[in-house]
Design a protein around this ligand. Structure first.
Ligand code: GLN
Length: 539
């Protein structure tokens, strides 16, 4: 069977959930027995989002192979329950970098390098790699940005060409658009959608389906109007009202008959009847009234919740497992340094310090860790959150007053967190951290081992600094347990405090492997401790 392609474009505005829609459709197709792969094309010139500010881009999602990618890949992995590789995300920057290095090598001697065909060919080659490396039956490809953006034009042109090359019967274009609501007249408007479809047509692409996103119910009449003006079947207009429950979207897509229509258009027969039992139970559990627990997320980019997308989702998954509703209190770590935000810290039943870079706000996070340790509040530290938990311990338990990470203080007498040996000679910033999946061995009897229930694990990393082994014995004597180590024993991967309900930090990022139906063990351990503390207080 030839590989089938579904291309997702965005109309009117960005951030209307193109990634979630693609991921959710992917799930409905997987439920029907197909092998599904996904890919995101990012039109910006950066080689990857690894060097971009989270304020610009949101979270950087790290894959098994260490690729630093767009946060939509997190949606793909969580919704479809797959593990994707670096071929699933590329940027204009990567495409140009490849072509320019070939040009310098002399591969095109005598030739003029142009957007068409050189850039578009490279785009098509990279799309083809997904099918080649995964053997997928159906490849879903999402184009970042909105139709009409100058920078996404080469991508759309490549998709147009690809349609002819792989055969029209093997390609489907899905346009995800937004219906604005006019408060004064109380109506939803389709005109911007018509314009964006017209813009797509002008470059030779006629969408086969329209996903009409809206904050308000979209009635039949409106769908008919969109079908008429945009020249698609009425059945091909799928209204998609904003849902409070993220994980309900695959069910909404299922009920809207989208998968059936897609398969019909691609000439495919369902391979198996979808079984939504587990997913429905999950959504019912999300909707069920549960006791609320409060967790402070003490971070540096808290104004933009997308900067901590996977952390937030992992907390929600773990809360489901613990039978509670988690309310995240977003605390700016720099506020804590200015004596602000402590009223929130005092009210929560758990403190989470996520990953981060640079010194801004680190002292506030160290204060939060101290509060958690001294008041026996459950604490989960992710990467930087683990490093700061160690620094706090060094300063306030071991009495090493100026203990720090050499990332924040190059001249500290006590660099309890120091640059990894392999990192010392590296000068390039992009893609040079310790990235991706590494194995770790857990210490029997520890909180980490109890949470995982196994001895060997593999987790995703993204860091340059590590725990300084010169201090290991000192820490251990004072009650810190290094409960996860690299198999050669050289790298500290998990640290925990012995005499505490749950104060655990990991050098890796557990949030990337959490799934709605398979919450991450370290998050579950944390949430159970949080629920216990909250329950104890209320009883
Ligand atoms: N800045 C720290 C390091 O590079 C932590 C990184 C992170 O939290 N992802 O080691």
């Amino acid at each position: 069977m030839p590989t089938k392609y579904i291309f997702f474009t965005g109309g009117v505005v960005s951030s209307v959930g193109k990634g979630v829609t693609a991921a959710a459709l992917g799930r409905t197709l997987k439920e029907r027995g197909f092998k599904v792969a996904v890919q995101k094309l990012d039109p910006y010139i950066n080689v990857d989002p690894g060097t971009m500010s989270p304020y610009q881009h949101g979270e950087v999602f790290v894959l098994d192979d260490g690729a630093e990618t767009d946060l939509d890949l997190g949606h793909y992995e969580r919704f479809i329950d797959i593990r994707v590789s670096k071929v699933s995300n590329f940027t204009t920057g990567q495409v140009y970098a490849e072509i320019i290095s070939k040009e310098r090598r002399g591969d095109y001697l005598g030739g003029t390098i142009q957007v068409i065909p050189h850039i578009t060919n490279e785009i098509k080659r990279r799309i083809g790699l997904v099918a080649k490396t995964t053997g997928a039956d159906i490849v879903l490809v999402e184009v970042g940005g909105t139709v009409g953006d100058i920078e996404s034009q080469p991508f759309l042109e490549a998709l147009r060409q690809l349609r002819t090359e792989v055969g029209r019967e093997n390609v489907l274009f899905v346009h995800v658009t937004w219906l604005p609501y006019i408060g004064a007249t109380g109506e939803l408007k389709t005109k911007p959608t018509q314009h964006s479809v017209a813009a797509l047509r002008s470059i030779g692409i006629s969408p086969n389906m329209i996903i009409a996103r809206s904050d308000y119910p979209v009635d039949d009449e409106l769908c008919e109007k969109i079908a008429l003006f945009c020249d698609v079947d009425k059945k091909a207009v799928i209204p998609m009202v904003t849902s409070k429950v993220l994980y309900e979207i695959p069910l909404l897509i299922e009920r809207a008959g989208m998968a059936e229509y897609v398969l019909k258009m691609l000439g495919l027969q369902t391979l198996q009847t979808p079984d939504w039992t587990e997913w429905e139970n999950l959504v019912n559990e999300v909707k069920r009234e549960k006791p609320t627990v409060r967790v402070a997320l003490v971070g540096k980019y808290v104004e933009l919740h997308d900067a901590y997308m996977s952390v937030r989702e992992a907390l929600k998954h773990a809360a489901l497992a613990a039978g509670v509703e988690v309310q995240i209190e977003w605390v700016h770590s720099a506020d804590l340094e200015k004596d602000k935000g402590w009223d929130i810290i005092q009210k929560v039943d758990g403190i989470l310090v996520p990953g981060g870079f640079g010194s801004r706000g680190t002292e506030g996070k160290i204060m939060a860790a101290r509060y958690a340790r001294e008041n026996k509040v459950p604490y989960l530290g992710l990467c930087l959150g683990m490093q700061l938990m160690c620094i706090e311990f060094a300063r306030n338990v071991l009495g090493l007053e100026d203990a720090n990470s050499s990332e924040f203080d190059r001249t500290t007498q006590h660099p309890v967190i120091d640059l990894m040996l392999e990192q010392r000679a590296i000068t390039d910033m992009g893609g040079t951290m310790r990235l991706g999946l590494y194995p770790c061995v857990l210490q029997p009897g520890s909180k980490a081992a109890a949470a995982y229930g196994v001895e060997h694990i593999e987790e995703r990393h993204r860091h340059r600094w590590e725990f300084n082994n010169n201090y290991r014995a000192l820490f251990e004597q004072a009650g810190m347990v290094f409960s996860g180590l690299s198999p050669d024993g050289k790298l500290v991967e998990i640290a925990e405090i012995r005499d505490h309900p749950y104060m655990v930090g990991s050098q890796f990022h557990p949030e990337f492997l959490s799934r709605p139906n398979r919450p991450h063990p370290l998050f579950v351990g944390f949430m159970k401790a949080v629920a216990e503390r909250a329950g104890g207080k209320h009883a």
